[in-house]
Design a protein around this ligand. Structure first.
Ligand code: MN
Length: 132
Protein backbone atom coordinates (compact mmCIF):
# COMPACT_ATOMS: atom_id res chain seq x y z
CA UNK A 1 0.00 0.00 0.00
CA UNK A 2 1.63 3.20 -1.14
CA UNK A 3 1.79 6.35 0.88
CA UNK A 4 2.73 4.75 4.18
CA UNK A 5 5.56 6.32 6.14
CA UNK A 6 8.78 4.32 6.37
CA UNK A 7 11.61 5.49 8.62
CA UNK A 8 15.13 4.76 7.40
CA UNK A 9 17.80 4.86 10.14
CA UNK A 10 21.11 4.71 8.28
CA UNK A 11 24.36 6.61 8.74
CA UNK A 12 25.84 5.60 5.38
CA UNK A 13 24.87 8.18 2.76
CA UNK A 14 24.93 5.81 -0.19
CA UNK A 15 22.73 3.24 1.49
CA UNK A 16 20.38 5.95 2.72
CA UNK A 17 20.06 7.29 -0.82
CA UNK A 18 19.42 3.83 -2.25
CA UNK A 19 16.68 3.13 0.30
CA UNK A 20 15.14 6.59 -0.17
CA UNK A 21 15.09 6.20 -3.96
CA UNK A 22 13.72 2.65 -3.94
CA UNK A 23 10.99 3.34 -1.40
CA UNK A 24 10.13 6.75 -2.83
CA UNK A 25 9.81 5.37 -6.35
CA UNK A 26 7.25 2.88 -5.06
CA UNK A 27 5.15 5.61 -3.48
CA UNK A 28 6.17 5.34 0.15
CA UNK A 29 6.81 8.43 2.23
CA UNK A 30 10.35 8.25 3.64
CA UNK A 31 11.65 9.78 6.85
CA UNK A 32 15.38 9.55 7.55
CA UNK A 33 17.74 9.62 10.47
CA UNK A 34 21.48 9.02 10.71
CA UNK A 35 21.43 8.06 14.40
CA UNK A 36 19.42 5.62 16.52
CA UNK A 37 18.67 8.31 19.06
CA UNK A 38 17.01 10.56 16.48
CA UNK A 39 15.35 7.52 14.94
CA UNK A 40 13.66 6.77 18.27
CA UNK A 41 12.40 10.35 18.49
CA UNK A 42 11.01 10.25 14.95
CA UNK A 43 9.36 6.88 15.59
CA UNK A 44 7.62 8.22 18.67
CA UNK A 45 6.56 11.49 17.06
CA UNK A 46 5.55 10.26 13.60
CA UNK A 47 4.49 6.64 14.17
CA UNK A 48 5.88 5.15 10.94
CA UNK A 49 4.34 2.00 9.45
CA UNK A 50 7.78 0.39 9.27
CA UNK A 51 11.37 1.08 10.33
CA UNK A 52 14.49 0.05 8.41
CA UNK A 53 17.25 0.00 11.02
CA UNK A 54 20.95 -0.07 10.28
CA UNK A 55 22.81 -1.96 13.02
CA UNK A 56 26.18 -0.22 12.93
CA UNK A 57 25.47 3.37 13.94
CA UNK A 58 27.37 6.05 15.81
CA UNK A 59 26.32 6.16 19.47
CA UNK A 60 23.45 3.80 20.21
CA UNK A 61 23.43 0.85 17.78
CA UNK A 62 20.44 -0.59 15.96
CA UNK A 63 19.98 -3.51 18.33
CA UNK A 64 19.78 -1.22 21.33
CA UNK A 65 17.32 0.99 19.46
CA UNK A 66 15.18 -2.03 18.57
CA UNK A 67 15.03 -3.02 22.24
CA UNK A 68 13.86 0.50 23.13
CA UNK A 69 11.12 0.34 20.50
CA UNK A 70 9.95 -3.13 21.53
CA UNK A 71 9.65 -2.31 25.23
CA UNK A 72 7.60 0.86 24.60
CA UNK A 73 3.88 0.03 24.22
CA UNK A 74 3.44 2.96 21.83
CA UNK A 75 6.05 1.63 19.38
CA UNK A 76 6.31 -2.11 20.01
CA UNK A 77 3.90 -3.11 17.23
CA UNK A 78 5.83 -1.23 14.52
CA UNK A 79 7.75 -3.76 12.41
CA UNK A 80 11.51 -3.21 12.28
CA UNK A 81 13.79 -4.63 9.60
CA UNK A 82 17.48 -4.88 10.46
CA UNK A 83 19.74 -3.69 7.65
CA UNK A 84 23.32 -4.69 8.22
CA UNK A 85 26.63 -5.30 6.56
CA UNK A 86 27.65 -8.92 6.20
CA UNK A 87 28.09 -9.93 9.80
CA UNK A 88 29.93 -12.53 11.77
CA UNK A 89 27.78 -15.59 12.60
CA UNK A 90 27.44 -14.66 16.26
CA UNK A 91 26.39 -11.16 15.41
CA UNK A 92 23.75 -12.44 13.02
CA UNK A 93 22.31 -14.58 15.80
CA UNK A 94 22.27 -11.61 18.08
CA UNK A 95 20.40 -9.60 15.47
CA UNK A 96 17.72 -12.25 15.01
CA UNK A 97 17.35 -12.99 18.71
CA UNK A 98 16.93 -9.31 19.48
CA UNK A 99 13.47 -9.50 17.94
CA UNK A 100 13.72 -7.83 14.57
CA UNK A 101 10.77 -8.52 12.27
CA UNK A 102 13.02 -8.88 9.23
CA UNK A 103 16.64 -8.96 8.20
CA UNK A 104 18.39 -7.58 5.11
CA UNK A 105 22.09 -7.62 4.38
CA UNK A 106 24.11 -5.07 2.47
CA UNK A 107 24.57 -4.73 -0.37
CA UNK A 108 20.80 -4.35 -0.49
CA UNK A 109 18.85 -6.55 -2.88
CA UNK A 110 15.97 -4.35 -4.00
CA UNK A 111 13.84 -7.37 -4.84
CA UNK A 112 14.33 -9.03 -1.45
CA UNK A 113 13.91 -5.77 0.42
CA UNK A 114 10.63 -4.94 -1.29
CA UNK A 115 9.30 -8.46 -0.76
CA UNK A 116 9.99 -8.10 2.95
CA UNK A 117 8.54 -4.59 3.12
CA UNK A 118 5.33 -5.79 1.48
CA UNK A 119 5.16 -8.86 3.70
CA UNK A 120 5.34 -6.72 6.81
CA UNK A 121 3.14 -3.84 5.65
CA UNK A 122 0.45 -5.80 3.87
CA UNK A 123 0.38 -8.21 6.76
CA UNK A 124 0.22 -11.75 5.66
CA UNK A 125 -0.31 -13.00 2.22
CA UNK A 126 0.95 -16.06 4.10
CA UNK A 127 -1.78 -18.69 4.66
CA UNK A 128 -1.19 -18.90 8.42
CA UNK A 129 -2.22 -15.28 8.68
CA UNK A 130 0.23 -13.56 10.94
CA UNK A 131 0.96 -16.12 13.60
CA UNK A 132 4.47 -15.56 14.86
MN1 MN B 1 26.04 2.11 9.62
Amino acid sequence: MAGELILVVEDNQMNAKLLRDVLGSRGYEVAESTTAEEGLEITRSRNPALVLMDIQLPGMNGIEALRELKKDPSTQSIPVIAVTASVMPMERNEVLEAGFDGYQTKPISVKELMAEVRRLLDGGSEPEGGSR
